[in-house]
Design a protein around this ligand. Sequence first.
Ligand SMILES: [Zn+2]
Ligand SMILES: [Zn+2]
Length: 46
Amino acid sequence: MSLTGLCQVCEAATASHACDRCGRAVCDDHWDERARACSGCAAGRG
Ligand SMILES: [Zn+2]
Ligand SMILES: [Zn+2]
């Protein structure tokens, strides 16, 4: 999986993580390090 491009949540910052649960590329602001998932998955969705 490539991490080039923008965060697929905010589409404003460069993506630096890839969520294993939903496959989205997300920026630091939308990454939950504890859950090791994007903010959406870490919140219990999906
Ligand atoms: Zn973002
Ligand atoms: Zn996710």
